[in-house]
Write a protein that binds this ligand. Structure first.
Ligand SMILES: [Zn+2]
Length: 433
């Protein structure tokens, strides 16, 4: 597969986008049928003949692919021999052993193309110097993709990684970068460190922050408090991205910040309800991904477990393909409180609007068969807020009144920064599964 230098597909009209996706989807289904043991058996079992597969209109006839099937026997999904594998990526493996994802040279070109389109939509060009302040090693796909994408647009890369704050700070003060890719909480930490030494982060000249791994927008696409802080302290435009190694595809905000752009030549996205049926246009549901043009470990109808909605109206940037909303939460984190559905992210976002709260996490218990009990544990900056007044403030923002407990900063942080987890734990699920 050769990828064009200029982005085109997302700017096409809906009819052309559909025709392109149909063609690429038929190619991908035929390819996996011929090369993947897992899908050949599955398609034979469901009596689906790839020769009669008509593309998007037949997509629902293919079974969904569960993450568990992939982690149980990844070799069944591998479509290429050892000599064709250029790189073995690994997922972060937060809940289980990392998944190993073989990438061919064409897959690496696809990654570079995907990420170059994302960076161009952010307004980055060959004139930019961009710090990649996330792991480019540890076999992660993301850091490699950022590097390849920035190289493809001709930008200069500064591969600081994320392990040493001192190294990142020294680099950004010496090398005059204009952009940075990192998790937003690291960007905030860097700004605070600079400020503590009397340096205003805005004077560094970083004008674009591509934020990965954590949300910087609310459900209505406005910046959340973390996104606002970053924009203000760095005097930069902040961009959200959504991606996973299994999808091998990233969705990134453009300069209009109106959701993560879907690149129609690289992926088909469905939004499904709990029963596996498509939701109405614009409604929330689970993101089910069928990446296109993948050779090493292509997946059909992969259940991501992430709850999002598709924004189908054309974007002000001129791209007509849909955008993906910020992730509302994970399917398995969905809470049922008094008949309403809510995700921990939404509760955390309501908490972050209360300035006096310093750190917080959410816990869920299943005391009753039909309703979950939600507890919010917080530590406060010097404040006269009480557990009662916080619960009251949260109930005004949410549709229920959570239980609130105030603890010391040390107690809350010990629970959030659990040494057994790579990521901060902001949601503890004590419900029996
Ligand atoms: Zn746009």
């Amino acid at each position: 597969m050769t990828y064009p230098q200029q982005e085109q597909a997302a700017f096409e009209n809906a009819e052309n986008i559909r025709a392109l996706q149909n063609r690429l989807l038929i190619d991908q289904v035929t390819y996996v049928y011929n090369h993947s043991h897992f899908y050949r058996k599955q398609l034979n079992d469901t009596k689906l003949d790839p020769c009669s597969f008509r593309g998007l209109e037949d997509l629902h006839r293919l079974p969904l692919t569960e993450k568990s099937a992939l982690s149980e026997n990844p070799a069944l999904f591998t479509c290429v021999g050892p000599r064709q594998i250029a790189d073995l990526c690994q997922t972060s493996g937060t809940t289980s052993l990392p998944l190993i994802v073989p990438q061919t040279r064409s897959d690496l070109e696809r990654l570079a193309y995907n990420e170059s389109l994302a960076f161009e939509a952010c307004g980055l060009t060959a004139d930019d110097r961009v710090v990649i302040a996330c792991a480019i090693g540890r076999s992660f796909m993301a850091g490699l993709a950022y590097y390849l994408g920035l190289q493809r647009i001709g930008a200069t890369t500064l591969r600081t990684g994320s392990d040493s704050t001192a190294h990142i700070l020294e680099t950004i003060q010496r090398c005059a970068p204009t952009g940075m890719v990192c998790v937003p909480s690291l960007a905030l930490h860097l700004a605070e460190r600079l400020e503590s030494t009397g340096v205003n982060p805005a004077t560094i000249g970083i004008r674009r922050l591509v934020c990965i791994g954590e949300p910087i927008r609310n459900a209505d696409l406005t910046l959340n408090p973390l996104g606002e802080q970053l924009a203000q302290r760095w005097q930069a435009q902040v961009f959200g991205t959504y991606a996973s190694s299994e999808m091998a595809t990233a969705f990134c905000d453009c300069i209009h910040g109106a959701g993560g752009h879907l690149q129609p030549e690289l992926i088909v996205i469905e939004i499904l309800d709990e029963a596996g049926n498509p939701v109405p246009d614009g409604a929330y549901g689970e993101v089910v991904a069928t990446p296109l043009g993948v050779e090493g470990m292509p997946l059909l109808r992969f259940r991501t477990g992430d709850i999002c909605r598709l924004i189908v109206e054309p974007c002000a940037c001129g791209r007509n393909a849909p955008r993906l909303s910020p992730v509302l939460g994970r399917r398995n984190q969905m809470l049922k409180v008094r008949g309403c559905t809510i995700f921990p992210n939404v509760i955390l976002s309501a908490i972050s609007e209360i300035n006096e709260i310093e750190a917080a996490y959410v816990e869920a218990f299943s005391d009753f068969a039909l309703s979950d009990r939600v507890r919010v544990v917080v530590s406060l900056k010097a404040s006269n807020l009480t557990e009662d007044s916080i619960a009251e403030a949260l109930s005004a923002r949410l549709r229920f009144r959570p239980e609130v407990i105030i603890r010391s900063k040390a107690e809350v942080e010990t629970s959030i920064y659990d040494p057994t987890s790579r990521k901060p734990i902001l949601f503890r699920d004590h419900r029996s599964s």
